[in-house]
Structures are given as structure tokens and as C-alpha cells.
Ligand binder design. Structure first.
Ligand SMILES: [Zn+2]
Ligand SMILES: [Zn+2]
Length: 358
């Protein structure tokens, strides 16, 4: 057989050149920004459909949302409108935009139905500030700023308490100063900064270690999971399921301040101990009634873990189940708190807020 005269590499199908994107830089430029955002929207929509299906197995009413994100009003790449569009695709009931250095995003947020927060910086930590109608300027001393926010009636939280992925690792001083906060406070156990598809990374594993350490010392630390999205692509990646009566900013903030919420990027989770729900204190009588756990995920659960005083008390195989319900006794040796984790077959997970033991 004779070799082809032309090298096969040079043979083009008819019309090929008109489809080669590098030949149309303008179309390519638009696609390079539009295509990834559209793909992320499909991911968010698929998750919204999965959760809508999970809700059929879960009898509690809750609102899904994110307390922490950024736009071009600080160091985010997206607009408020893009954030709103993604929050809608993700099926979120609320989305806070917490830009740094002020609240100039507020008028646009109102226009697009988003809620306004802010994230100033103080000694060792950033501060998540919600529910204030004016820009907050910290004095620069961590403990004093937290007390000041409390006095002002703000809902405030500690974002990324151990640093953020991949390389910002906070010093031990940033971990240990949190032990000096004695009143109940909110802290992120999952922060999605710089993540796109999966919010959980090693800084979140450290945050969970820190959380258990604080809880063992009988600090009341209610957990949050927020995207800290600096790109609209990440909106919806992790969220809080908040057990509030109504979807108003005031109701949602009051509920999350009391720890009546769970953190998730997939499964739904509810735990009660007698009459005490998440974020509440259980009495001896509550304890006798046992820990009631309900988990649901239409994509299939894998395991349920019960944690007490920093140790794993029990682990259950829930493989392939869309819903899992059980009541179990809390061992007498557990003195400070119990909390529950639900893991789905695809590795997505939910964390209940703790029930504190008296
Ligand atoms: Zn931050
Ligand atoms: Zn942030």
C-alpha cells in the first residue's frame, strides 16, 4: 500500500476551521467565562433536585442557605446578580453577601433578594457580621470586638477558624484565643474558600478538631458551613439547614444563633435528645428518652456516626438507604455534648449541631 501523499495530521474535515475556537478569539473569550459557570450551575441544579427528593423522607421544615460570600464589591470575581442567579439554581432559600471593607453591595443585594453581611478583619481572625445595617469597623482587639458585636445585637461568627485552603494556616494563637470566648458563639466548621465542587478540605478537618476541643471544654459553639464563595461558581457547594418558622432574615438569624441548624453538602439531618433539640441543653430526664436521629439522602446514605465528648460513640452502616431513623442511649460517661454526622454514598456529609449535656 502506498503511503498517503499528505501527512494525516494535515487532513481537515470540511468546515472544521469554522469550528476551531482559537480562530474566533471573541467567541472563545466569552465561552471561557460562560462555560465553567454554566457547568457549575448544572451541578447546583442537580444537587437542588437531590435535596428536593430527600425532603420527601424528612418531616422537619427547614430553610437552606449560606451566610458567607463575596462579590466584586470586595475581592470576589462575580457580581451580585450572578450570585443571586446561582443561589436560585442551587435552590437556596437565602444567601448572604458578606463583602470586606464595607457594605456597598447592599442596594444591589436588596434588588436581587439577597441578604447583607460583612467580613472585617481583627486581631488573628476575620469576623463574619450579619444583621447590622451599617458598616462595622473593628477596634482591632479580637475579644473586645466580639463583645462589641454582641452588644450591638449583631449575629457574628468566626469564619475559617484554622485558616483556609490550600495554604493559609492560622497559628496556634488563633486557635487558643477562641477558648477565651465564654458565651455561646458561632464558628464555621466548613469554609469553602478556593474550593469549587467539594467544600470540605484539610482546613475544615482541623476546624472540626478545634470544634470538638472547644466543646469538650464546655464551650457552646454552634457550627456553620459556608461557601465563602469568591466566585459565583461555588455558591450552593455547602449550606446550612436552618430550623426556623419563617424565611425572614430575623427568624433565620435567631435560629442559627441558637444552634438550631445543621451543616451539609448533601444529606439532611435532625437529632433530638428528649425535648432538647440541636443547640439546646438536655436535662437528665431528656437523656433517659435517648438520642433520636433522622438522616435522609435520596442519593443514598453510607454511614451515621455519633460523637460524644470528642470520641466516636457509635457508627452505623446505612448503606443504600434513603432514610435512616434510630433512637439510642447516650452512655453515662459522656458529660459535655453529643453530635451526629451523616455520610452519603458519594462522600457528601452533614453535621448536626451539638446537644449540650447538663
Ligand atoms: Zn475571611
Ligand atoms: Zn470571606
Amino acid at each position: 500500500m502506498k503511503p498517503p501523499r499528505k501527512s494525516p495530521r494535515l487532513v481537515l474535515m470540511p468546515g472544521c476551521k469554522s469550528h476551531q475556537l482559537f480562530r474566533t478569539p471573541r467567541a472563545l473569550f466569552e465561552k471561557r467565562s460562560g462555560y465553567p459557570l454554566r457547568m457549575c450551575r448544572y451541578v447546583a441544579e442537580a444537587m437542588a433536585a437531590r435535596i428536593a427528593e430527600s425532603k420527601k423522607q424528612f418531616r422537619w421544615k427547614f430553610f437552606r442557605g449560606d451566610f458567607h460570600s463575596h462579590t466584586q464589591h470586595s475581592d470576589g470575581i462575580g457580581t451580585v446578580a450572578e450570585t443571586a442567579e446561582m443561589a436560585k439554581a442551587a435552590g437556596l432559600d437565602f444567601q448572604f453577601v458578606t463583602d470586606h471593607w464595607g457594605i456597598t453591595q447592599a442596594p444591589e443585594c436588596r434588588e436581587h433578594g439577597l441578604w447583607v453581611g460583612q467580613e472585617p478583619k481583627t486581631e488573628l481572625h476575620h469576623l463574619g457580621v450579619l444583621g447590622l445595617r451599617y458598616a462595622y469597623v473593628p477596634g482591632g482587639k479580637f475579644l473586645e470586638d466580639c463583645a462589641d458585636l454582641q452588644r450591638r445585637g449583631a449575629t457574628w461568627f468566626i469564619p475559617h477558624p484554622t485558616g483556609w485552603w490550600p495554604q493559609r494556616h492560622y497559628p496556634q494563637a488563633a486557635w487558643s484565643i477562641l477558648e477565651k470566648l465564654t458565651a455561646p458563639f458561632l464558628m464555621e466548621i466548613c469554609n469553602g474558600a478556593n474550593n469549587l465542587i467539594n467544600a470540605f478540605d484539610h482546613t475544615d478537618a482541623w476546624a472540626i478538631t478545634l470544634w470538638d476541643r472547644l466543646l469538650r471544654k464546655r464551650r457552646k459553639v454552634h457550627a456553620m458551613g459556608n461557601t465563602d464563595a469568591h466566585a459565583p461558581h461555588a455558591i450552593g457547594m455547602v449550606w446550612n439547614g436552618v430550623f426556623a418558622a419563617r424565611r425572614s432574615e430575623r427568624n433565620i438569624l435567631a435560629a442559627v444563633r441558637s444552634g438550631r441548624s445543621f451543616v451539609s453538602d448533601g444529606p439532611l439531618l435532625q437529632t433530638t435528645l428528649g425535648r432538647a433539640g440541636m443547640g439546646m441543653e438536655a436535662s437528665g430526664r431528656d437523656r433517659k428518652e435517648g438520642l433520636r436521629i433522622t438522616a435522609a439522602d435520596s442519593a443514598g446514605l453510607l454511614a451515621i456516626r455519633v460523637i460524644g465528648d470528642g470520641r466516636r460513640l457509635a457508627a452505623f452502616d446505612a448503606r443504600g438507604r434513603a432514610a435512616w431513623v434510630r433512637t439510642l442511649a447516650v452512655p453515662r460517661r459522656v458529660r459535655a455534648y453529643v453530635r451526629v454526622e451523616a455520610i452519603a454514598e458519594d462522600g457528601r456529609r452533614a453535621f448536626s449541631n451539638p446537644i449540650y449535656l447538663r
